[in-house]
Design a protein around this ligand. Structure first.
Ligand code: MN
Length: 236
Protein backbone atom coordinates (compact mmCIF):
# COMPACT_ATOMS: atom_id res chain seq x y z
CA UNK A 1 0.00 0.00 0.00
CA UNK A 2 1.44 3.39 -0.95
CA UNK A 3 2.17 5.99 1.67
CA UNK A 4 -0.66 8.50 2.01
CA UNK A 5 1.22 11.33 0.30
CA UNK A 6 1.80 9.06 -2.70
CA UNK A 7 -1.93 8.68 -3.24
CA UNK A 8 -2.34 12.30 -4.36
CA UNK A 9 -1.80 13.45 -7.93
CA UNK A 10 -0.08 16.59 -6.66
CA UNK A 11 1.65 17.20 -3.29
CA UNK A 12 -1.09 17.89 -0.70
CA UNK A 13 -1.21 21.52 0.44
CA UNK A 14 0.01 22.17 3.98
CA UNK A 15 -2.57 22.11 6.79
CA UNK A 16 -3.12 25.65 8.10
CA UNK A 17 -2.46 25.89 11.84
CA UNK A 18 -2.45 28.38 14.72
CA UNK A 19 0.27 28.66 17.37
CA UNK A 20 -0.56 27.61 20.92
CA UNK A 21 0.78 29.83 23.70
CA UNK A 22 3.46 28.14 25.76
CA UNK A 23 3.68 25.10 23.48
CA UNK A 24 5.69 23.86 20.50
CA UNK A 25 2.52 22.24 19.16
CA UNK A 26 0.00 23.95 16.91
CA UNK A 27 -3.77 23.85 16.43
CA UNK A 28 -4.76 22.50 12.98
CA UNK A 29 -7.48 24.55 11.29
CA UNK A 30 -10.38 22.85 9.50
CA UNK A 31 -12.83 25.68 8.80
CA UNK A 32 -13.12 29.37 9.68
CA UNK A 33 -16.60 30.61 10.55
CA UNK A 34 -17.31 34.27 11.24
CA UNK A 35 -20.22 36.01 12.94
CA UNK A 36 -21.46 38.95 10.88
CA UNK A 37 -23.02 41.27 13.44
CA UNK A 38 -22.52 40.70 17.14
CA UNK A 39 -21.80 44.04 18.85
CA UNK A 40 -24.55 46.65 18.91
CA UNK A 41 -22.38 49.74 18.34
CA UNK A 42 -20.74 48.12 15.29
CA UNK A 43 -24.17 47.27 13.84
CA UNK A 44 -25.18 50.92 14.27
CA UNK A 45 -21.97 52.22 12.66
CA UNK A 46 -22.64 49.98 9.63
CA UNK A 47 -26.17 51.36 9.36
CA UNK A 48 -28.14 48.24 10.26
CA UNK A 49 -30.98 47.52 12.66
CA UNK A 50 -29.74 46.01 15.92
CA UNK A 51 -32.86 43.84 16.06
CA UNK A 52 -31.68 41.84 13.02
CA UNK A 53 -30.21 38.53 14.17
CA UNK A 54 -26.48 37.95 13.61
CA UNK A 55 -25.54 35.71 10.70
CA UNK A 56 -22.53 33.69 9.57
CA UNK A 57 -20.02 33.66 6.75
CA UNK A 58 -16.78 31.76 6.17
CA UNK A 59 -13.17 32.25 5.20
CA UNK A 60 -10.85 29.59 3.78
CA UNK A 61 -8.65 27.91 6.39
CA UNK A 62 -5.49 29.11 4.65
CA UNK A 63 -6.47 32.75 5.26
CA UNK A 64 -4.87 32.27 8.70
CA UNK A 65 -1.58 34.11 9.25
CA UNK A 66 0.32 34.28 12.54
CA UNK A 67 1.25 37.00 14.99
CA UNK A 68 3.92 39.27 13.57
CA UNK A 69 2.94 38.82 9.91
CA UNK A 70 3.48 41.61 7.40
CA UNK A 71 0.13 41.34 5.62
CA UNK A 72 0.41 42.50 2.01
CA UNK A 73 -2.25 45.05 1.11
CA UNK A 74 -4.70 43.01 -0.99
CA UNK A 75 -5.65 43.60 -4.61
CA UNK A 76 -8.79 45.35 -5.92
CA UNK A 77 -9.71 47.28 -2.75
CA UNK A 78 -9.28 50.93 -1.83
CA UNK A 79 -10.84 50.47 1.61
CA UNK A 80 -9.50 47.55 3.66
CA UNK A 81 -10.81 47.60 7.25
CA UNK A 82 -9.64 45.97 10.48
CA UNK A 83 -12.11 44.10 12.73
CA UNK A 84 -10.58 42.79 15.97
CA UNK A 85 -12.39 39.65 17.18
CA UNK A 86 -12.30 36.95 19.83
CA UNK A 87 -11.37 33.65 18.15
CA UNK A 88 -12.86 30.42 19.50
CA UNK A 89 -11.05 27.17 18.58
CA UNK A 90 -13.00 23.90 18.77
CA UNK A 91 -11.61 20.54 19.90
CA UNK A 92 -14.89 18.74 19.17
CA UNK A 93 -18.18 19.46 17.49
CA UNK A 94 -21.39 17.87 16.32
CA UNK A 95 -24.84 18.76 15.05
CA UNK A 96 -27.48 20.55 17.12
CA UNK A 97 -25.18 21.01 20.09
CA UNK A 98 -27.05 21.68 23.35
CA UNK A 99 -26.43 25.03 25.04
CA UNK A 100 -25.13 23.43 28.22
CA UNK A 101 -22.62 21.30 26.21
CA UNK A 102 -21.31 24.07 23.95
CA UNK A 103 -18.38 25.18 26.11
CA UNK A 104 -17.17 21.55 26.27
CA UNK A 105 -16.34 21.79 22.54
CA UNK A 106 -13.78 24.58 23.02
CA UNK A 107 -10.03 23.98 23.01
CA UNK A 108 -9.05 27.59 23.53
CA UNK A 109 -9.29 31.24 22.59
CA UNK A 110 -7.20 33.71 20.62
CA UNK A 111 -7.13 37.25 19.26
CA UNK A 112 -7.88 37.61 15.55
CA UNK A 113 -8.56 40.24 12.90
CA UNK A 114 -11.31 39.78 10.32
CA UNK A 115 -9.64 41.83 7.57
CA UNK A 116 -12.30 43.11 5.20
CA UNK A 117 -12.24 44.70 1.75
CA UNK A 118 -15.12 46.94 2.84
CA UNK A 119 -15.74 48.52 -0.55
CA UNK A 120 -16.03 45.10 -2.19
CA UNK A 121 -18.12 43.66 0.66
CA UNK A 122 -20.61 46.53 0.36
CA UNK A 123 -20.68 46.31 -3.44
CA UNK A 124 -21.39 42.56 -3.18
CA UNK A 125 -24.08 43.15 -0.61
CA UNK A 126 -25.75 45.82 -2.74
CA UNK A 127 -25.71 43.50 -5.77
CA UNK A 128 -27.01 40.60 -3.62
CA UNK A 129 -23.86 38.66 -4.45
CA UNK A 130 -21.76 36.46 -2.10
CA UNK A 131 -19.32 38.11 0.30
CA UNK A 132 -16.18 36.10 -0.47
CA UNK A 133 -14.55 38.83 -2.55
CA UNK A 134 -14.79 41.16 0.46
CA UNK A 135 -14.03 38.72 3.25
CA UNK A 136 -12.23 35.57 2.10
CA UNK A 137 -9.04 36.86 0.51
CA UNK A 138 -5.43 35.77 1.12
CA UNK A 139 -4.10 36.49 4.64
CA UNK A 140 -7.49 37.89 5.69
CA UNK A 141 -7.49 36.10 9.07
CA UNK A 142 -4.47 37.03 11.22
CA UNK A 143 -4.67 35.06 14.47
CA UNK A 144 -2.47 35.24 17.57
CA UNK A 145 -1.46 32.24 19.72
CA UNK A 146 -4.33 30.27 21.26
CA UNK A 147 -4.69 30.07 25.01
CA UNK A 148 -6.10 26.71 26.10
CA UNK A 149 -9.21 26.77 28.28
CA UNK A 150 -7.21 24.74 30.81
CA UNK A 151 -5.18 27.93 31.42
CA UNK A 152 -7.68 30.77 30.99
CA UNK A 153 -11.15 29.25 31.33
CA UNK A 154 -13.91 30.80 29.22
CA UNK A 155 -13.65 34.60 28.99
CA UNK A 156 -17.08 36.25 28.79
CA UNK A 157 -16.04 39.78 29.67
CA UNK A 158 -12.90 41.88 29.33
CA UNK A 159 -11.52 44.62 27.09
CA UNK A 160 -11.18 43.92 23.37
CA UNK A 161 -9.18 46.63 21.63
CA UNK A 162 -7.21 47.51 18.51
CA UNK A 163 -4.75 50.33 18.04
CA UNK A 164 -3.28 51.51 14.73
CA UNK A 165 0.17 53.10 15.10
CA UNK A 166 -0.59 53.60 18.79
CA UNK A 167 -3.97 55.31 18.23
CA UNK A 168 -6.95 53.51 19.75
CA UNK A 169 -9.43 52.60 17.00
CA UNK A 170 -11.56 49.85 18.56
CA UNK A 171 -12.21 49.62 22.28
CA UNK A 172 -15.01 47.36 23.46
CA UNK A 173 -15.77 44.60 25.92
CA UNK A 174 -16.55 40.92 25.33
CA UNK A 175 -19.60 41.41 27.55
CA UNK A 176 -21.10 43.56 24.74
CA UNK A 177 -21.59 40.54 22.48
CA UNK A 178 -25.24 40.17 21.48
CA UNK A 179 -24.87 36.42 21.12
CA UNK A 180 -22.42 34.87 23.56
CA UNK A 181 -20.00 32.09 22.63
CA UNK A 182 -22.21 29.12 23.66
CA UNK A 183 -25.16 30.61 21.76
CA UNK A 184 -22.99 31.08 18.66
CA UNK A 185 -21.88 27.43 18.80
CA UNK A 186 -25.49 26.24 19.20
CA UNK A 187 -26.66 28.33 16.21
CA UNK A 188 -23.79 27.29 13.95
CA UNK A 189 -24.29 23.62 14.79
CA UNK A 190 -27.87 23.91 13.55
CA UNK A 191 -26.50 25.00 10.15
CA UNK A 192 -23.50 22.69 9.72
CA UNK A 193 -21.84 19.86 11.58
CA UNK A 194 -19.03 21.41 13.62
CA UNK A 195 -15.81 19.48 14.19
CA UNK A 196 -12.43 19.62 15.87
CA UNK A 197 -10.27 22.19 14.11
CA UNK A 198 -13.10 24.61 13.37
CA UNK A 199 -12.53 28.17 14.55
CA UNK A 200 -15.11 30.90 15.00
CA UNK A 201 -14.43 34.63 14.74
CA UNK A 202 -17.11 36.04 17.01
CA UNK A 203 -17.72 39.53 15.62
CA UNK A 204 -16.17 42.94 16.15
CA UNK A 205 -16.89 45.91 18.40
CA UNK A 206 -17.34 49.38 16.91
CA UNK A 207 -14.50 51.47 15.54
CA UNK A 208 -13.74 49.56 12.34
CA UNK A 209 -11.73 51.76 9.98
CA UNK A 210 -9.48 51.77 6.96
CA UNK A 211 -5.95 50.45 7.29
CA UNK A 212 -3.14 51.16 4.83
CA UNK A 213 0.40 49.98 4.11
CA UNK A 214 2.72 50.95 6.94
CA UNK A 215 0.09 50.59 9.66
CA UNK A 216 1.01 48.62 12.75
CA UNK A 217 -2.14 47.03 14.16
CA UNK A 218 -1.89 45.97 17.81
CA UNK A 219 -4.78 44.00 19.27
CA UNK A 220 -5.45 42.88 22.81
CA UNK A 221 -8.18 40.93 24.53
CA UNK A 222 -8.02 41.01 28.31
CA UNK A 223 -7.33 37.54 29.68
CA UNK A 224 -6.69 36.08 26.21
CA UNK A 225 -3.63 37.71 24.69
CA UNK A 226 -2.29 39.94 21.97
CA UNK A 227 -1.83 40.04 18.21
CA UNK A 228 0.32 42.44 16.21
CA UNK A 229 0.45 42.67 12.43
CA UNK A 230 1.82 45.23 10.01
CA UNK A 231 0.16 46.10 6.73
CA UNK A 232 2.73 45.90 3.96
CA UNK A 233 2.68 47.28 0.42
CA UNK A 234 0.90 45.16 -2.19
CA UNK A 235 3.01 42.41 -3.77
CA UNK A 236 5.03 43.67 -6.72
MN1 MN B 1 -16.07 40.50 11.44
Amino acid sequence: MPALADSYVIPPPPRPAIAVAGSDKTFPVRRIWCVGRNYEEHIREMGHDVRDPPFFFAKPADAIVPDGTRVPYPSLTKDMHHEVELVVALKSGGRNIALDRALDCIYGYGVGIDLTRRDLQIASRDMKRPWEIGKAFDASAPCGPLQPTSKIGHPSKGRIALTANGEVRQDGDLAQMIWNVPEIIVKLSEMVELAAGDIIMTGTPSGVAATVPGDKLECEIEGVGRLTVTIAPPPA
